[in-house]
Design a protein around this ligand. Structure first.
Ligand SMILES: *[C@@H]1O[C@H](CO)[C@@H](O)[C@H](O)[C@H]1NC(C)=O
Length: 194
């Protein structure tokens, strides 16, 4: 009898463990800000107000075809992370183009190290962050995004140290990615609190 009970309890625990870690439970909707009167603009406004760069946040989301009146904060976070991914991809292409043309060996070395920083960000870190958001694993998403910003910072650090007459050729791009990351992290914090 005691053994049967033990087995039953064990099975129940296993079922509980599995059901609590399955994607369906974590993909439950977070809260809606939407109602008939305000719509998408209000969602954008309310979310962006809680980020450090309101203008950047709202201009990124404004007129975004992926946002509908039924969108929730999770979807906003996903759009933001995909925007960072497309910016980072663009920057990586730009680094590769610069590498082909630069004749300054110090700059060349710094750019090569930047490409090394950006490649895992574009291939793994940001896609993983997006997948984590879709699955409701917001803490992991936040961890991935912070990892991406470390890589961008180390790229910028190398470029600013490279003895060159010009200012960092990626300065504006790296700066934009850093700001977008700050915005994305604030949005993910809203999800974590929800
Ligand atoms: C980079 O981010 C900015 C600001 O959100 C956006 O306007 C721009 O389209 C993005 N660039 C790319 C290549 O995705």
């Amino acid at each position: 009898m005691a053994k049967t009970l033990l087995i039953n309890v064990t099975i129940t625990i296993i079922i509980l463990l599995f059901s609590s870690s399955s994607c369906s439970s974590s993909s439950t909707r977070v809260y809606y800000y939407w109602n008939d009167n305000n719509g998408v603009e209000d969602l954008i406004d309310q979310v962006c107000k809680r980020t450090p760069f309101y203008e950047l946040c709202s201009s990124t989301l404004h007129n975004n075809p992926l946002l509908s009146p039924k969108s929730d904060i999770k979807q906003v976070a996903l759009i933001m992370v995909n925007n960072i991914l497309s910016n980072a991809t663009d920057t990586l292409n730009y680094i590769e183009a610069l590498l082909k043309h630069t004749k300054d060996p110090n700059l060349e070395q710094a750019l090569a190290l930047c490409a090394e920083s950006y490649i895992p960000v574009v291939r793994f870190t940001l896609p993983q962050a997006a997948a984590a958001i879709s699955q409701g694993h917001f803490a992991f998403a936040s961890y991935c995004i912070s990892d991406a910003v470390k890589e961008v910072n180390s790229c910028e650090g190398r470029l600013s140290k490279a003895p060159s007459d010009n200012k960092s050729p990626l300065g504006d791009r790296n700066d934009l990615v850093q700001k977008l990351v700050d915005v994305a992290n604030s949005i993910i914090k809203l999800l974590l609190k929800a």
